[in-house]
Design a protein around this ligand. Sequence first.
Ligand code: URA
Length: 228
Amino acid sequence: MRLDKFLADSALGSRSEIKNTIKKGGVTVNSVTVKDAGFRVDEKDAVTYMGQAVAYTPFIYLMMNKPAGVISATEDKTKKTVLSLIDKKYAHYNLFPVGRLDIDTVGLLILSNDGEMAHKALSPKFHVEKTYYVETEKEITEDDKAAFTEGVYIAGGTKTLPAKLSVLSEKSANLSITEGKFHQVKLMFESRGNKVTYLKRIKFGNLKLDDALKEGEYRPLKPDESIF
Ligand code: URA
C-alpha cells in the first residue's frame, strides 16, 4: 500500500499532515528516508514517523462515553451522530458504532472498523453481557429481580433471557443482559409497570466504561482491553 495510507491507518494524523511530514523527510522505511508519499510499503517494512517506530494497525477500536442527544449511526439527515464527535484523523477508517444505544442513553459505546469483531460482539449466539445503570420513576422491587431472572415478555411477545438485577437504591439499579433487543432495558422495566428515566451503559463484555471519559469523550482501547 501507499506510505501515506500506511501511516494514516496508524492514526498518526490526517493524510495532508502525513504527506507534509513525508515531504520534510520525517519518515524512514527500512532506515532510509523516503520523501514520496506514494512509495509502496507493507506490514513487513520497518517504518518510523518523526523518529518513532510505527506499528501498522488496520483495525481500530475506540471507547466512547456517548452523550445524550446523538444517535448511534454513521450518518443521518437531521440528527447529530456519534461519528460527528470523532476527530477527522480517524475519518479514513470508516468507523461504525458496535451496536446501538438510544438517543437519550449515555455511556459505553465502541466504535470500530472491525466487522468480524462487531458481529461476534452483537450476535445472539455469543450472549455477550452488557450492564446498564438504570434510574426509574417508581420503586424497584425484589419482585422485579425475580421477574428479570425468570424472563419477562416485551414488545412483540418475546420473552427475555435471564437477566441480573442488582438494586442500588429505591429507584436505581444495575441490570445485566445478554441480548440486545430494541429498547430492551426500557421495555423490561415497562413490563413491570415502571419507567426508565436515565440509562447509562457501564459494561460491554469485559470492557468497563473508563471513568476518566466525560460524556462525548473517547479514547483508543489499550492493547490489553477487549470486549471478549
Ligand atoms: N436498552 C434500551 O432500552 N436502550 C438502550 O439504549 C440500550 C438498551
